[in-house]
Design a binder for this molecule. Structure first.
Ligand code: SAM
Length: 360
């Protein structure tokens, strides 16, 4: 029998490489948080507008304190996001970087998504306590969740609705032009319904969400625009006996963190009119951890799941399926709700989510 100690196979080179990776992760984490700050402060937009500017000129244009702007620029230069001319002490955001960091770059502005890092970090204390007692969280624990979610889905959902998402249901655009009834479950910010209500004035739209504050801004905008074909309703889907009846029901990233995901799908199934269709977008991961090792977004998705999706469901008394409930579970739940025809698609504009077209 050969003697075996835990250290007998310690690979120095492997350990060294891992330490390097962890240092890289520290820097990447720092850069993500600073990317969020750069987006929120408008600094990336100003950098793109003023190539070759000093920190003072950038601060003046952004209406910010130069001392802090200079420190932030230190992060961006040493992370090789921003180019620096040491002689002139000026800064430049290369156009290839601006293409993923500025408001003008939307819907490809990855700085928008970086805000989830701050949202997650803000509940670290709360989650540390929840690790101990296993209880859940509630929406009031997250200062900016709905705002960031709305901004993110403005890129992945709203901007893609007409050209990428609606076409996956043949004939849907024509039906919307003629006039149908549409409801969006877990509508959050409510921007998808606002966009559709403006685009298809003959159709009628309803946004449903647990949190009225989530769709407050869209509701105000709809009122200001005089949209009479759009309503928002505050409703807990787990306590509703029956929704209205609709030709199209949508749910964008809104089933897995419900109190009762299966119950919500059952409700949706029962709310469809004859010939109706359910269009669901949800995280396109697998429930098999081993499969997710290949998913380049998996660490981010598990983090958002742990810090938000899972405890939010648990906090409502739900099962806490998490964002990585998996397309396999989604398909099983849809089948259990009664859907007989389920098609799952991946859309090129959105590498994170899967899209399901389900009919009775
Ligand atoms: C991840 S967000 C997605 C929001 C929106 N669809 C979007 O794409 O931006 C999930 C939404 O589901 C809503 N939600 C969670 N539990 C709910 C419940 N029990 N009843 C109704 N809505 C619920 C949340 O308030 C939240 O707005």
């Amino acid at each position: 029998m050969t003697e075996h100690t835990p250290f007998s196979s310690f690979d120095e080179a492997k350990a060294e490489a891992f330490a390097h990776r962890l240092v890289g992760a520290l820097n990447a984490g720092a850069l993500s948080l600073m990317t969020s700050l750069g987006h929120r402060s408008g600094l990336f937009d100003v950098l793109a507008d003023l190539p070759g500017a000093t920190s003072q000129a950038l601060a003046d244009k952004a209406n910010l304190a130069e001392r802090y702007v200079r420190e932030w620029l230190g992060v961006m230069v040493t992370s090789e996001v921003v180019a620096y001319d040491p002689t002139a002490q000026t800064y430049r955001l290369p156009p290839e970087h601006a293409a993923f960091l500025t408001r003008a770059a939307s819907p490809n502005n990855i700085a928008v998504t970086s805000q989830f890092i701050g949202v997650a970090a803000a509940v670290e204390e709360e989650m540390l306590a929840r690790f101990q007692d296993g209880a859940g969280t509630h929406y009031h624990h997250y200062d900016r969740f709905h705002e960031v979610m709305g901004e993110d889905s403005a890129q992945t959902v709203v901007a893609a609705l007409i050209d990428h998402i609606l076409p996956i249901v043949p004939g849907l655009r024509e039906r919307l032009e003629e006039g149908i009834d549409v409801a969006d479950m877990g509508c959050g910010g409510g921007w998808a319904m606002l966009h559709l209500a403006e685009t298809f004035p003959a159709s009628r739209f309803t946004g449903v969400d647990l949190c009225a504050d989530a769709f407050d801004a869209a509701q105000t905008e709809a009122r200001q625009k005089g949209l009479t074909n759009l309503t928002y309703t505050q409703q807990d889907l787990s306590t509703v006996e029956q929704l209205g009846t609709y030709d199209l029901v949508t749910a964008f990233d809104a089933i897995h963190d419900q109190k009762d995901p299966q119950g919500a799908l059952d409700l949706i199934f029962n709310a469809l009119k004859e010939g109706g269709v359910f269009l669901m977008q949800d995280i396109g991961g697998s429930r098999d951890l081993q499969v997710n090792i290949q998913n380049p977004f998996a660490p981010l998705l598990y983090t958002i799941s742990l810090m938000h999706c899972t405890p939010i469901s648990v906090g409502q008394g739900g099962p806490g399926l998490g964002a990585m409930w998996g397309v396999e579970t989604a398909q099983e739940f849809l089948t259990r709700a009664g859907f007989g025809q389920i098609e799952m698609l991946r859309l090129p504009h959105d590498p994170i989510n899967a899209y399901f077209v389900a009919r009775p």
